[in-house]
Design a protein around this ligand. Structure first.
Ligand code: HEC
Length: 250
């Protein structure tokens, strides 16, 4: 039996790595569509709660949110530990654990060709509009391994996991699309109406915006407290000080 020694392996690795590096950008070179308008609202607790439930049901099988713990969601969204265990935690882990997918990286890479990325900071890395548009942008494409492609991530490696809900779309000529300007046409309706699906995807995106910065609410309320303090405490003080200084002059 001949085993490759470290020396003879090195060139093979180099070639592999180089071809990976060269191949990756090439497959993404196609032009991406213009994103849909979307104004995120992570302050809408009901929407973020629904988004959390749907994320756990439809996305956490492949994607982690490793910077977010289940009980942090509980605290922020008013969900008790028992409710968390019953409705959001499918992997049986404790409520204090971060949200880590049960899908191991190796088989994921074999199945999809790419490890599903952690989505903790996705709405910051891309944008809420991009994420919303991406979830609206799957269309049938028989040349792709899962039979679908995406307007916003050409040659996408993710299956259209929401296809049953959204229905199936085909790509149309530019400008003819139904969905607020996306060049896509629904050819087979899903279990949700287009409006219901838009609401569903808005909830998911709002949840992901929340997940990217769970402290946003505290941060803004601290900001308001500071402003309040400055205006209502310091302003009168400054006024009286000024009066005091100028008293002798007048
Ligand atoms: C069956 C596994 C699987 C499921 C379930 C899944 N995804 Fe993905 N997802 C992937 C893979 C694989 C990629 C990498 C796609 C690529 O780079 O081509 C991906 C990519 C993404 C991206 C783009 C990441 C980036 O910036 O490149 C977003 C956003 C995303 N998924 C959101 C979701 C959401 C939201 C759900 C739930 C509705 C979900 N995914 C469910 C496998 C999955």
């Amino acid at each position: 039996m001949s085993r490759l020694n470290a020396k003879s392996r090195a060139p093979i690795l180099t070639i592999l790595l180089t071809s990976l590096l060269l191949a990756a950008p090439a497959t993404r070179a196609q032009e991406e569509a213009k994103t849909l308008p979307f104004s995120d609202n992570a302050g809408n607790t009901a929407s973020v709660q629904r988004g959390a439930r749907d994320f756990m049901a439809y996305c956490s099988g492949c994607h982690s949110l490793k910077y977010l713990r289940y009980n942090r969601i509980g605290q922020d969204l008013g969900i008790s530990d028992d409710q968390l265990k019953q409705n959001l935690i499918f992997s049986g882990v404790k409520v204090g654990e971060p949200i880590v997918t049960a899908l191991p990286a190796k088989p994921a890479e074999d199945w999809f060709g790419r490890v599903p990325p952690d989505l903790s900071l996705e709405t910051k890395a891309r944008s809420p509009e991009w994420v919303y548009s991406y979830l609206m942008g799957f269309y049938l494409d028989s040349t792709r391994p899962f039979g679908v492609n995406n307007l916003f991530l050409p040659n996408v490696a993710m299956p259209a996991v929401l296809g049953e809900l959204q229905g199936w779309q085909v790509k149309e000529d530019e400008g003819k699309g139904e969905h607020e300007g996306l060049p896509l046409k629904l050819v087979q309706p899903g279990s949700l109406s287009p409006e219901q699906y838009q609401a569903f995807v808005s909830d998911l995106t709002n949840f992901m915006v929340y997940a990217a910065e769970p402290t946003a609410k505290e941060r803004t309320s601290t900001g308001w407290n500071v402003l309040f303090y400055l205006i209502f405490l310091l302003l009168p003080l400054t006024y009286f000080l000024k009066k005091e200084f100028w008293r002798d002059v007048h």
